[in-house]
Design a protein around this ligand. Structure first.
Ligand code: SF4
Length: 902
């Protein structure tokens, strides 16, 4: 008999499913046991063997139980043919009756290039509408538009290797340490190797990234254009321009400089407009001027803005003016959010793109792609970008929408409106790999797509590396690749000839051929050219090693940097300086909504948590939705650290745990983007966020929404730990997946009778219950056992204070035990962890090391630096994302020790 143990492990190279850093993975696969263990691929040029906490946990997210396993139509499980027929018929009927613009696709940077290519080809080439947009609109569309305005093409000029050569690295609107952890690790390593290298962080928040910053500019929200215009004026004034580069390779400099000078006539004005100390602005400008090799890495803080494109161009203007582009160690680099957002850009997956970096508005491009695809219906006008697309669903212009691998009910701004729009839509099709999401639960037709460990195709990362993502396991249930689902629907819509592929490598080869089709001096050169892969055999496709595009006759092995030759993709082949002017965000704080909401990612979660929350160790660092607020604002609005808050905006509301911290600017609050209704009742930050978008890119202003934050007056706080999912029906309820248990953080605005609980949830009286209740303190602890096995713990108190509510980590660990002895039962009911068993809140997710453990080793061994802490308890020794937090604990403990000596 074959057993899982007797099957030899297979090692396969693939890529991480999460962010745009695009780390290579070496996966050890036990096919029979459906087990995958991962480590960083030391041969992948982007991560060189490193992985962050999210990537390292991929093997823990593969449980079949969480998967959508069969197609469903109107709540009934069905076979693939019926489901595909229902989708095709539904779309065809809407198109026949209302025209092609009455249907839409909404995709995702999670799709592989082959999936994306087919979705785009079907919608633009054969349905005849450009209504295909993607969640990448929320992530990097301002970078795309900024690049095209300046370079004539959506080209990422630099690469990660440049980090090793830079003398100054400027991180703008990027908590790189948490959102692109391996890029951050590479910067840290570069700085360790070259201590002279400077790092500047420009961000209203003091984030973990500031741990390596020589200078942190806590800029006013939305003032980046003013800062960079001030810098351009300063560079001109200090004779720091590259005149040769400006004269030979660019256009529009004088007008741009005039506008920049008007924005900030002197340093004082710039500093005042940006809300920054004059000395800090002067230092930054002097460093930018004084270092030849400057890199600027920019992310969502720049792009998710009503002036996002202008911010991108303000940065590019300064790089062009100094000729710091296309050279080793010098250049702008947009950090992309999703694993294949770049692949989506290549195939034209946004509503205003065509394919292979060609443009819908350009008749020659439409003609070229039409001839290549055999299509006569390519639309001449852009489709609806994400926010407009769901507005059109809401007002009935779009009557059928197909959502792929994304969760817009959580992630889009004004998310309650999106939810209502989908509820009212005639036909909602969702293809996803999970059984439940806030969006999937609203679908009329559910299509089971393959997940990360099963999908097979290509992805492109932020530095243009194309890498194979390889299928590791057999599909769960009846899950199918997204490209296959799309092709089968296309065939049933009458387009069999254009959508018949024997293997997905044929799709990639077609995509590669299109990139090189009439891409020459005669027809005009395009940056995206992978024609060198247009004859790839299936074997060569399987064996493909990471390569940076372009891949063509000139660059058969790829190209690290663009524009070092001064040749751009504009009609004049010169880069364009873009006139940009500082402007305030659209919605400003007011008496009713006096604070500015900033949103962003956490270290250990990914997007709407549909996959990352399946890995228990990723849920412990920040287990609940929270709002970070400055101590002064907390006092002003009577908010207490650890208590709950009720946030409101014009668009919606949410509940969150209060974290008081001086890392926030006064007047601003921060909320993470991740929680959905699935995991947190009233925890969706998207419900709050204003739907204002950048006028050029359509990217929403997710970093600037006026809100109010008030205490949520709870009559009780508590938590439950349970072996299985339970509906607690409390006003505040957050679900946290743990090892062999589920934790619920709860609070109620009215008193709750705990004596009735055993009857309510154990009416069959299967369990033995223990109850501790103190009438005077109103502290309650209940535990339920099946024999000696712990089944449930509930703790409640009138206050959130830790003294009243015991250590969750310790209690959670008791679920891993088969049985509890008498002492352990008593300890459980007393709520006091035995000495040494309380680990405290998780700091290091890779090795599950808690704050209490770290403090203990620091105190007991007199440790002074993070490396020594790592040697003592392993914290921070894998991905290193928790090093800033370990350093903070070290600083606090050092302060305590000093006070003690005094
Ligand atoms: Fe994955 Fe982390 Fe690498 Fe991003 S940085 S690709 S999340 S391992």
């Amino acid at each position: 008999m074959t057993t899982a143990q007797s099957i030899p492990l297979q090692t396969l190279r693939t890529t991480c499913a999460y962010c745009g850093v695009g780390c290579g993975i070496k996966a050890e696969v036990n096919v029979v046991g459906r087990a995958v263990s991962v480590r960083g691929d030391d041969e992948h040029p982007s991560n060189q063997g490193r992985l962050c906490s999210k990537g390292s946990s991929l093997g823990e997210t593969l449980a079949v139980e969480s998967r959508l396993l069969h197609p469903e139509v109107h709540g009934q499980t069905t076979d693939w043919n019926s489901a595909l027929q229902a989708v095709a018929e539904g779309f065809k009927q809407v198109i026949e009756r209302y025209g092609p613009d009455a249907v839409a696709f909404y995709g995702s940077g999670q799709l592989l290039t082959e999936d994306y290519y087919i979705a785009n080809k079907l919608m633009k080439g054969f349905i005849g509408s450009a209504n295909i947009d993607t969640n990448s609109r929320l992530c990097m569309s301002s970078a795309v538009a900024g690049h095209k305005r300046a370079f004539g093409s959506d080209t990422v000029a630099a690469c990660y290797d440049d980090l090793d050569h830079a003398e100054l690295i400027v991180l703008v609107g990027s908590n790189t340490a948490w959102c692109h952890p391996i890029v951050y690790q590479r910067i840290r390593a570069a700085k360790d190797a070259n201590p002279q290298m400077k790092v500047v962080v420009i961000d209203p928040r003091r984030t973990a990234t500031c741990d390596i910053a020589d200078l942190h500019l806590a800029i006013d929200s939305g003032a980046d254009v003013a800062l960079y215009n001030g810098l351009l004026a300063y560079l001109a004034e200090h004779d720091a321009l590259d005149q040769r580069f400006v004269e030979n390779y660019t256009e529009g400099f004088e007008a741009c400089l005039d506008a920049a000078r008007q924005d900030g006539q002197n340093l004082q004005q710039v500093a005042a407009r940006c809300g920054l100390p004059l000395a800090d602005v002067r230092t930054f400008f002097a460093w930018f001027t004084g270092h030849d090799k400057v890199m600027t890495l920019y992310s969502q803080g720049v792009k998710q803005s009503s002036a996002g494109v202008d911010k991108v161009n303000a940065i590019l203007n300064c790089h062009l003016a100094t000729g710091r582009i296309g050279r080793e160690g010098a250049g702008p680099l947009s950090l992309t959010g999703q694993p294949n957002a770049m692949g989506g850009r290549e195939v034209g997956g946004l509503a205003n793109q065509l394919a292979a970096h060609m443009s819908l508005e350009n008749p020659e491009h439409r003609d070229r792609v039409g001839r290549f695809w055999g299509s006569t219906v390519i639309p001449s006008k852009p489709g609806l970008p994400a926010v407009d697309l769901f507005d059109a669903v809401a007002d009935g212009r779009i009557k059928a929408v197909w959502i792929m691998a994304t969760n817009p009910v959580v992630s889009l701004p004004n998310a309650d409106k999106v939810k209502e729009a989908l509820k009212g839509c005639d036909l909602v099709v969702v293809s996803d790999c999970v059984a439940h999401s806030d969006t999937l639960d609203l679908a009329h037709i559910k299509l089971p797509a393959q997940g990360w460990s099963e999908k097979d195709g290509m992805v492109t990362n932020s530095e243009r590396y194309i890498t194979r993502q390889r299928g590791l396991l057999a599909p769960a249930g009846q899950a199918k690749p997204d490209w296959w689902i799309l092709c089968e629907v296309a065939k049933r819509m009458g387009h069999a000839e254009a959508f018949t592929y024997a293997h997905h490598s044929e799709i990639f080869v077609e995509h590669a051929a299109l990139s090189g089709f009439e891409n020459d001096e005669q027809h005009g050169l395009r940056d995206f050219d992978i024609s060198g892969l247009s004859k790839l055999t299936r074997e060569a496709y399987e064996a493909f090693v990471p390569t940076q595009w372009p891949i063509n006759k000139t660059y058969p092995k790829g190209r690290k940097r663009f524009f070092g030759d001064g040749r751009f993709f504009t009609p004049s082949q010169k880069a364009q300086f873009i006139v940009v002017k500082h402007r305030l965000p659209v919605n400003l704080p007011n008496d009713q909504y006096p604070l500015v909401l900033n949103t962003g990612r956490l270290r250990d979660q990914w997007h709407t948590m549909t996959r990352s929350a399946l890995a228990p160790r990723l849920n412990q660092h920040r287990p609940e939705p929270f709002v970070e607020i400055h101590p002064g604002d907390a006092q002003r609005f009577q908010l207490v650290n650890g208590a709950l808050a009720h946030l409101r905006s014009v668009w919606g509301q949410m509940f969150a745990r209060v974290r008081v911290t001086d890392s926030q600017r006064p007047g601003m609050v921060f909320v993470p983007m991740h929680w959905s209704e699935q995991y947190a009742r009233k925890g969706r930050m998207g419900a709050l966020v204003n739907p204002v978008v950048d006028p050029v890119s359509g990217q929403p202003e997710s970093k600037h929404t006026p809100v109010s934050v008030r205490p949520l007056k709870a009559a009780w706080y508590g938590f439950a730990l349970s072996r299985s999912d339970t509906d607690w029906n409390s006003d505040y309820c957050v679900k946290v997946n743990g090892e062999q248990h589920v934790r619920y953080e709860m609070a109620g605005t009215s008193e709750r009778s705990w004596e009735a609980l055993p009857e309510q949830i154990d009416s069959q009286q299967r369990w033995q219950w223990q109850l501790y209740q103190d009438e005077s303190s109103r502290v309650v602890r209940l535990a339920a056992f099946d024999g000696d096995k712990l089944c449930l713990v509930v703790c409640a108190a009138p206050d959130h204070a830790l003294a009243l509510l015991p250590d969750r980590q310790w209690m959670g660990q008791l679920f891993a035990k088969g049985s509890l002895n008498r002492d352990e039962r008593q300890q459980l009911l007393s709520g006091v962890a035995p000495s040494g068993q309380s680990t405290g809140a998780t700091v290091c997710a890779c090795f599950n090391v808690g704050e209490t453990t770290i403090k203990k080793v620091i105190q007991e061994k007199g440790l002074r630096d993070y490396a020594a802490v790592g040697a003592a308890c392993k914290a921070g020794t894998n991905c290193g994302s928790c090093i800033p937090e370990i350093k903070q604990i070290l600083a606090i403990e050092a302060g305590k020790a000093k006070n003690h000596v005094c």
